[in-house]
Design a protein around this ligand. Structure first.
Ligand code: TXA
Ligand code: MG
Length: 350
């Protein structure tokens, strides 16, 4: 039986702490707990317990060669599981932790091979979400947690989707409301003194530059899985986020040209057509037979990032055959949005 617990992150009461203690006990016993973070929900297990970690792979249908990241609530925990942290890595921790970022560090053997798919490194993330922090603190163990979604689906950001996919498979689901950021953390690894962004997220190359780091986007950032080259981050080689519909990402032209391009291109197709587009463009699609799915304002990339996975999931729920998606500018969190959309479209880009 899965128990669902609702907690308001901004008003954690004593009775909530009592419930979180039960979740923490469950983690310590080697069972699974789904918890909210500021990026997406995580499906967690003790990172010190190989059997517990295996349960995550089974529940998600995740390939064994895709390592889990490990969530911590203190600097002490990082030092317990990692070694040889250099100055640049330490500065990343000082600057961005807690926050929506995962830092790849050298792993001590206390973390079982199974958790990291036998890599000698481990991804460390200290979430900013107060519920996640409290849960890890109460369990007092590092918590391995990938995104809470069946492998290949968009990461879980809405509690209903999570219950659909994981009810009966985990001990507890903690409902902390819709995920604030909506795309997964920025995954970084320091290589030859340069911060390599293996997976883009809210913390952007600009943020690193402003803080005085040398930074580089991975060469596969804007490639579809069909064309990726040797990957630093195993997750980048898997097909991800794609709805069942034929999905077409519209990158060319300015705003209005995008609308024209979609209206022209969709004449080719029969079937149920959807457009995932900017709020400001809804009016241009009123005169034709398409379902318009509002992804947010063209001027608010954070709103779009929050909506992107829930909207991709809606495309499936509404049995769409053809789905056009309006692309965003590749700057700030727009880099992360485009990285996910290129994958969702399987390389169909116009
Ligand atoms: O925001 C997030 O990061 C969420 C929340 C729950 O914290 N978690 C998440 O986990 O997105 P996951 O497993 O879905 O994505 C982690 C990514 C994967 O692409 C994985 O391949 C990569 O990080 N990764 C994990 N360990 C790694 C390592 N040692 N070296 C390189 N890449 C690694
Ligand atoms: Mg994931």
């Amino acid at each position: 039986m899965t128990q669902i617990i609702k907690i308001n992150e901004n008003d954690i009461k004593n009775q909530d702490i009592e419930k979180l203690k039960k979740c923490a006990e469950s983690l310590k016993k080697g069972n699974l707990v789904i918890f909210p973070t500021e990026t997406v929900y995580g499906i967690g297990a003790s990172a010190l317990d190989e059997k517990a970690a295996k349960k995550i792979f089974i529940a998600k249908g995740r390939p064994n060669d895709n390592p889990l990241i490990v969530h911590v609530s203190s600097i002490q925990m990082i030092n317990d599981i990692c070694y040889d942290i250099n100055n640049i890595e330490q500065k990343i921790i000082d600057t961005f932790f807690p926050g929506p970022i995962t830092l790849i560090l050298k792993r001590k053997n206390i973390i079982p091979d199974y958790v990291t798919a036998s890599l000698d490194t481990v991804g460390i993330r200290m979430p900013e979400n107060k519920i996640a922090q409290k849960l890890i603190e109460l369990a007092n163990i590092p918590v391995a947690a990938p995104s809470a979604n069946i492998s290949g689906k968009p990461s879980g950001t809405l509690i209903d989707d999570i219950i659909d996919e994981f009810d009966t498979k985990v001990d507890y689901i903690i409902d902390g409301g819709i995920s604030k950021i909506g795309v997964e953390s920025t995954v970084v690894k320091v290589i030859d003194n340069v911060v390599n962004i293996l997976r883009p997220g809210k913390i952007s190359p600009e943020d690193f530059e402003k803080a005085g780091f040398l930074v580089k986007l991975d060469k596969n950032t804007f490639k579809s899985v069909e064309t990726v080259e040797k990957v630093e981050s195993p997750g980048m080689k898997y097909r991800h986020y794609a709805p069942k519909a034929k999905t077409i990402l519209v990158e060319s032209g300015n705003d209005i040209q995008k609308v024209k391009l979609i209206k022209e291109d969709l004449k080719k197709y029969n079937g149920k057509i959807a457009v995932m587009g900017f709020k400001e463009h809804e009016k241009y699609f009123k005169d034709i037979n398409v379902e318009f799915l509002n992804i947010g304002s063209v001027n608010d990339l954070l709103e779009i990032s929050k909506n992107i996975f829930t909207t991709l999931r809606k495309v499936d729920k509404d049995n769409i055959d053809i789905c056009y998606i309006e692309g965003v500018e590749k700057k700030g969190i727009g880099i992360a949005i485009m990285n996910r959309l290129i994958r969702a479209s399987g390389g169909n880009i116009i």
